[in-house]
Design a protein around this ligand. Structure first.
Ligand code: ZN
Length: 128
């Protein structure tokens, strides 16, 4: 199945944990794996703390500092920073499912990472 994600800023981390868990429930998966795949070259997916929202702010702050939007890049489309962040963060995550629940740690959430928004994006989910 595929989730639709609408982003609102150039860089943004969107918590999609609830949507992914709902998809696992809907698919009737009790034991197995959930693959979360982002089919975009300027976006990514990551797992990190979703208890304190300042953590995602800090992650974005440092990514934006380390990889500035303008830095004499060669790519003519002008969004090389987004491509680089996408590669560093990665296009997929794999989470174990047990008892019908994602086996995330207490403080973990799944974040869609927008690096060239705002846009309408997709996240593919596959179950094993
Ligand atoms: Zn580009």
């Amino acid at each position: 199945m595929t989730l639709a994600v609408k982003t609102h800023s150039r860089t943004e981390l969107v918590d999609i944990t609830g949507e992914v868990q709902a998809a696992v429930r809907e698919a009737g998966i009790r034991e197995g794996l959930c693959m979360i795949y982002v089919p975009h070259t300027t976006a990514a997916v990551t797992i990190n703390e979703n208890a304190d929202p300042t953590v995602k702010d800090d992650i974005l702050k440092i990514l934006n500092k380390v990889i500035p939007w303008d830095d004499g890049y060669r790519h003519l489309e002008g969004n090389s920073a987004a491509h680089i962040k996408s590669t560093l963060v990665g296009a997929s995550e794999l989470v174990a499912v047990s008892g019908g629940k994602l086996q995330l740690g207490t403080w973990q959430g799944i974040f869609f990472c927008e690096f060239d928004g705002p846009r309408r994006r997709k996240v593919h989910l596959r179950f094993v």
